[in-house]
Design a protein around this ligand. Structure first.
Ligand SMILES: [Zn+2]
Length: 327
């Protein structure tokens, strides 16, 4: 195998130009700086929210990149997977440090992540709110996973004259579904999690138009109501905002696991990077992590959910209250 000595990479790495295939292959192995430039074109850092922390967290601009792993969360499990796969670059949606730090000591779990990355020559690059609002972005990937047609952004980016960038997406269904059917579809199409899909509102209401927003979406209720859609699929919905949203209008809410609503973006990002790699002849090997990093690991469904409160002292209140009633 053709190996460059003194390349500053792990021993035994193949030549930057022939990739170990021998003479005749001139595909250049890109430097991290070249790959980062391409990623910045997809998700410019200046389009991130002011509170966000995006961009390259770990990495030497001169290091070579052959293998890339894409995931939602920069947690130890994912970094260990990157090491196993011999990845040179890990791209995640969530930042490692959102609020800054004064230490990267390995005694802390985030410091351990930094140590593992550096010891294994793996760079980390984050695309968060700049990937949310991109065209295509996180909510396009979510809509694509659900098989619904994107019409426009829910909150358009005023700096985009084409009106395609922005937060969330307004979508149309080619064939109307009840809220219950839409929830079942989302449970099938999104990656499986302990939570599944929770529904607020009338399960039998018909959905023709849908707003979607990957990640926590309960700050978007005003825009969702203004859009006049039948349903809103997002994550992390809380009691009061959800209760008020359904009291205001016949809007139905579908609450998925945060991780599950953002994971489809990893596949979109991988396809985008593959396309760039093909165009430039980089020969990158881009993988998407299938490890579930949603923090919720189990879910005990109520025996038979009821719309009435349990009788005091009853062991199986929901069953007795709804005995004989359809599920
Ligand atoms: Zn998120």
């Amino acid at each position: 195998m053709h190996v460059l000595s003194g390349s500053g990479r792990r021993p035994g790495r193949p030549c930057r130009y022939c990739g170990g295939k021998g003479a005749g292959s001139l595909a250049p192995v890109p430097r991290l700086s070249e790959v980062i430039t391409a990623l910045e074109n997809l998700w410019p850092a200046e389009r991130a929210e002011s509170w966000d922390a995006v961009g390259t967290v770990v990495g030497d601009p001169d290091q070579e990149v052959r293998r890339v792993l894409i995931a939602v969360d920069p947690v130890q499990e994912i970094v260990d997977e990157a090491v196993e796969q011999d990845a040179d670059l890990l791209i995640t949606h969530h930042p490692l440090y959102l609020r800054g730090t004064t230490t990267v000591a390995a005694s802390h779990f985030k410091g351990r992540v930094v140590h593992t990355l550096i010891k294994n020559d793996i760079a980390l690059h984050v695309a968060h709110t700049n990937a949310d609002t991109a065209d295509p972005g996180v909510s396009d990937a979510l809509a694509g996973a659900l098989g619904v047609r994107v019409v426009r952004p829910l909150v358009p980016d005023p700096t985009d004259p084409a009106g395609r960038r922005g937060l969330g997406r307004i979508c149309e269904l080619d064939h109307p579904l009840t809220v219950r059917e839409l929830a079942a579809l989302a449970a099938r199409r999104l990656p499986a999690t302990a939570q599944g899909i929770r529904v607020a509102g009338d399960p039998e209401a018909v959905v023709r138009t849908l707003a979607v927003s990957g990640g926590s979406g309960d700050s978007l209720f005003d825009q969702v109501r203004a859009a006049g859609v039948d349903a809103f699929l997002t994550a992390d919905l809380r009691h009061h905002p959800a209760s008020e949203a359904v009291a205001h209008s016949p809007l139905a809410l579908l609450d998925a696991a945060h991780w599950a609503t953002e994971w489809p973006w990893c596949e979109l990002a991988a396809a985008q990077l593959d396309e760039i790699s093909d165009r430039r002849g980089w020969g990158l090997r881009v993988q998407v992590s299938r490890t579930v990093t949603d923090p919720w690991t189990a879910h005990a469904a109520s025996v038979r959910p009821s719309t009435t409160t349990p009788a005091p002292g009853s062991d199986t209140p929901a069953e007795s209250e709804t005995s004989g009633a359809p599920n």
